[in-house]
Design a binder for this molecule. Structure first.
Ligand code: ASP
Length: 350
């Protein structure tokens, strides 16, 4: 082989190596859910979530290896109905290490859909990086006819590998849509088209392996969040009480008696209490248990000092957060302060 030909070959090899290494390094953390679920037969609706391991999920979607240098690890393998504070803390800490110490460009978290919105919001407040963090799951188990997991995972890796998704906070990628952690809600029990962003809508979509962003979120998150879980191994205890006509005060009283640190009300309408529950809430707040008013309505804010005089009772209004996300912000807020006005300020910013 002459020198010129050798030079061309070496240059081509170098270019190929640079192109290969130029692919973003995406780490997938698997936590279980229906995306890792298995049914007895492909037509059966009965299945068990969290059965299949990370490597099987990766092997099922070889197309994503063109988009990114993909590798994975298994954190837990559970149905997300069993998600808990301990796993959240482990997950947030691990993502921070992967993005800030181990040089990964993005993280994808495979997750059950039941509590995906909660994990997304928790990570949105505790991950310290602008790099993409994308949660993904599926509504049909991996063994189902027309399982939605592989396409969702492919899209999630495409989003994770995209510069478009830098600085947006934690996102969920489901059914071709990208949804921000604050707005995303699971709206349907079984349909594949279940995740929505309420009145905000989706913030983008993934199509043909490319992410397209339509709008940007304005609430504080990730690198601008002041919540630091690095040294935490537990979170304050916060419960949720559901409101309804003729509501019993017993659940609220049980949280008070068990010395919970805070209680979120999933109130009726604009975060209203049934009168018996209201009396327990006032007494709880006086004992230093922070009450946050949210709403069981699927959309709309719970307004401060509107139908309820929050300033008088030192209640906090959840504003745009639904009860399950208000619970997360209250837990993190209580790691920093017990001042109701400072906590209200957090609800205005996050
Ligand atoms: N129960 C399942 C879970 O959240 C449902 C799902 O993933 O779609 O893990």
């Amino acid at each position: 082989m002459n020198t010129f030909r050798k030079l061309i070959l070496v240059t081509a090899a170098l270019l190929a190596a640079v192109t290969l290494s130029a692919k973003p390094r995406v780490r997938i953390i698997a936590t279980g859910g229906t995306i890792a679920g298995v049914s007895a037969t492909s037509a059966s609706s009965a299945y068990t979530a969290g059965q299949v391991g990370i490597q099987t999920l990766i092997d099922a979607v070889p197309q994503m290896l063109y988009l990114a240098d993909v590798s994975g690890e298994q954190l837990v393998n559970i149905g997300s109905q069993d998600m808990n504070d301990e796993v959240w803390l482990q997950l947030a800490k691990r993502i921070n290490v992967l993005l800030n110490e181990e040089g990964y460009d993005a993280v994808v978290v495979t997750h059950g859909t039941d509590t995906m919105e909660e994990t997304a919001y928790f990570l949105n407040l505790t991950v310290k990086s602008e790099k993409p963090v994308i949660l993904v799951g599926s509504m049909r188990p991996s063994t189902a006819i027309s399982a939605d997991g592989p396409a969702n995972l492919y899209n999630a890796v495409a989003a994770a590998a995209s510069p478009e998704c830098v600085g947006l906070g934690v996102l969920c990628c489901m059914n071709n849509q990208l949804l921000d952690a604050k707005s995303v809600i699971k709206t349907h029990t079984i349909d594949c088209d279940t995740f929505e962003g309420g009145k905000v809508g989706c913030i983008g979509y993934v199509y043909n392996g490319e992410a397209h962003i339509l709008q940007r979120v304005t609430n504080k998150h990730t690198v601008n969040s002041e919540f630091d879980i690095t040294r935490l191994d537990r979170l304050p205890r916060v419960g949720i009480v559901y409101g309804y006509a003729n509501c019993s005060p017993l659940p609220m009283q049980a949280f008070v008696d068990a010395h919970f640190d805070g209680i979120v009300l999933a109130g009726v309408g604009d975060g209203n209490f049934y009168k018996d529950v209201f009396d327990v809430a006032v007494a709880a707040q006086q004992r230093g248990i922070q009450i946050v008013r949210s709403s069981r309505c699927p959309t709309g804010p719970t307004c401060l000092n509107s139908e309820v005089d929050d300033a008088r009772y030192h209640f906090v209004a959840a504003l745009d957060l639904n009860p399950q996300k208000a619970r997360i912000l209250l837990m993190l807020a209580l790691t920093k302060t017990h001042d109701w006005q400072e906590i209200q300020q957090y609800f205005m910013e996050y």
